[in-house]
Design a protein around this ligand. Structure first.
Ligand SMILES: CC(C)(COP(=O)(O)OP(=O)(O)OC[C@H]1O[C@@H](n2cnc3c(N)ncnc32)[C@H](O)[C@@H]1OP(=O)(O)O)[C@@H](O)C(=O)NCCC(=O)NCCS
Length: 161
């Protein structure tokens, strides 16, 4: 991706599903959670059919990232980022940040906070989230998978309505 070219952030459409599933299934992070190409595809198809809140980043007609969030997904009160992924070819170019900021902007209409969980071994995503203003506020051992601790992170949002 050339630095003078831009990408677009918009809600996921049906023809983004395959690319989002591929980004998820090819990542070693989610392979540790036993995600396969078939389960990733089924997950995004179901999410799309259920009108889940998923933003995608599109560059040159190619879907290169996604951010799946829930406006009241944490404690039925606060925003929650369920999953974010960027195509490895496009990492480090601001796409993940733009996806997160877009989700935060939408959630800030209804909530003062955003929460997320991140695997204890995923220090790269932890650094990314810290850069965006998320703080560690707790952890849940053996939650999604045995022997993996999910670290809980929180960011105060500036409520816009
Ligand atoms: C984590 C992830 C979403 C980041 O997306 P990205 O597009 O590469 O990140 P960006 O280019 O938007 O980076 C935003 C900022 O975070 C910083 N950052 C990103 N990764 C970082 C790292 N590993 N260490 C330190 N800082 C990092 C960038 O330097 C940038 O800082 P800046 O705003 O000062 O320039 C992406 O690497 C990814 O898909 N990882 C695999 C899946 C994953 O771990 N998802 C999270 C758990 S669900």
């Amino acid at each position: 991706m050339n630095s003078t070219e831009t990408f677009q952030i918009r809600p996921m459409q049906a023809d983004d599903i395959a690319a989002c599933a591929r980004i998820m299934a090819e990542n070693r992070l989610w392979q540790r959670y036993h995600v396969t190409p078939d389960t990733a595809l089924a997950r995004f198809e179901k999410a799309f059919n259920e009108k889940a809140s998923i933003l995608v980043a599109v560059f040159a007609n190619r879907t290169v990232g996604f951010c799946w969030y829930h406006p009241k997904g944490a404690f039925n009160r606060s925003g929650y980022i369920q999953l974010i992924g960027v195509d490895p070819d496009c990492k480090g170019q601001g796409i993940g940040k733009r996806l997160m900021l877009a989700a935060e902007e939408i959630v800030a209409l209804v909530s003062d906070d955003m929460f997320l969980t991140v695997s204890d071994f995923n220090t790269s995503a932890q650094a990314f989230y810290q850069k965006l203003g998320y703080d560690f506020v707790g952890e849940i051992p053996n939650y999604v998978q045995p022997n993996i601790t999910e670290k809980i992170m929180r960011k105060k949002l500036v409520r816009t309505e």
